[in-house]
Design a protein around this ligand. Sequence first.
Ligand code: M6R
Length: 598
Amino acid sequence: MCGIIGYTGKDQALQIVMRGLAALEYRGYDSCGLSAFSSDGDEITVIKKAGRLKVLSEALSTVQLNTRCAIGHTRWATHGAVTEENAHPHRVGKTVIVHNGIIENYKQIESELQCSFQGSTDTERACALIDRYYEQTHDGKQAIINACSQIEGSYAFLIMFEDEKDTIYATSRACPLIVGHGENGSCAISDISACRLDTYCRLNDGESARLTPDGISVYASDGHELKGRLLPTDVKTELPSKNGYPHFMLKEINEIPTVLRKTVDANTKDGLPFFKSIPDSVLKDMKRLTVIGCGTAYHAGLCAVHTARELSGIDGAAYIASEYRYSRPTVKKGDVVVFISQSGETADTLACIRMCRSLGAYTLGIINVPYSTASFECDGVIYTHAGFEIAVASTKAYVCQLAALYLLIFKASLLQNALSEKKVSEYTKILKNDVPENAYIDEEKRKTVYNIAKKHKDSENMFYIGRGIDSILCSEASLKLKEVSYIHSEAYPAGELKHGAISLITPDVSVFVIATDKKLIGKTENNMQEVSSRGGRLILLGDSEMKSCDIIPCNSLQGIFSPFAASPLFQLYAYYTALLRGCDPDMPRNLAKSVTVE
Ligand code: M6R
């Protein structure tokens, strides 16, 4: 969940590392720091702070640091509180380190080393272990190999040794780490978009690399050199910009119509779904739709399972990756399993991909970030084309995941003769034209959402209720609200409320009803009456005759397509609520954009 970057070369390292950290800050923003060789290469300076990057920038403006070699870190705390001592880089003896991941046996390492520590992080213990081996071997590469053979857990490390001028070592296990040439030097980064690279290499588990201003050597876990690993890359690295918007979250909600079009265009041909990397036989033989993901991606999976069943009778199930990986697997050789991930780096999802592959399943990724770990590890990939999603709360990526999943369902239904070509072409056309048009939020709707959010912003408890596909949307709408506004909220199928949770309805509680499904609106209205009778304050996303509620009109898309019109509206509701409560919608507390630890 942390972001790491290292640079050694001809250019000003500080600028490159700070720019990279700005691009990586979405991965964690509790604290940050960097270390740099002095211009004569004689010593390493470490500067670190609790807080966001701007605190580090301020600290840097007060020191003279002319350097061509630096490593940096932006942290999402796992072990140890958010303090300056626990911020990275850590220094023990001649060794300085930044780390993304979790060292599981850090307590054992600590007791074996018998030395004192400044902070309480697992990383500082790993640093001490590497330093102990460095004292013995005076060889950075060997010290790292020895230490890593003892370390349990996951890591991407960047390491400097005070005696090895302008040199950075990189090594990883179960955490993304890319090394490459660019910016007139050698770079190591957690995410390919954080640096301008001409060539790159993803380090596989156990591999390491030595970066100097003149080049990069990549090594296998036993230390022998691996030649020819660096490949050309054409990834565009634009520093994400808000383009005049006050927040990325708002910008990203507004981009939904555009990115939906891109996602549909990239995955269709001649008006029908088309996936370059997935053989037709895979979808023809897909008996069930099994979907795995975390958080919002899991919610997209729930929606897809519902749609596949409603539309063409394809049965299936969606699973939460962190649960699935420790459950008794039912997947067999030849099954198709769909993995959804915006980042392509979510640790639990990656573990499930590996597990299902080892059981002989075909792993199909629905992924937003090219060059991500999942994009390499899945047998076939359908890319969503949401572009960079910077706000921690997923908005545009979620609707693009839905679009990609729908295309997958249409294609599978066609190949399995569950839908005719005419029907599939009709549905694909709706996805291409009507869906983006109706995902657009005009000024009138924006104002309505804002005013309703203002009226309900002080409710400390909320329920989201709905039926059918709306009930599934409620889970995502509720997650969105709680993650950015810190309001406690729960999602319930509307009819289930009276089986227990209705005891919590009081005049202080707001109940957000999603009711886009015309067939079920009468039933949902009964549940709204039950809430109203107990004093609950109702908000309705949909269309109803009921007068005693605040209405966000949403009747443009029906049936399986309603999520595309409803989602931007409940996302905007969460955004405004966060704003009105003084919360930062882009970087909510305790969260990080990509969850690369278990
Ligand atoms: O990158 P992924 O799609 O694999 O991330 C999965 C979840 O961590 C993510 O969707 C999370 O729930 C969102 N921040 C919620 O808005």
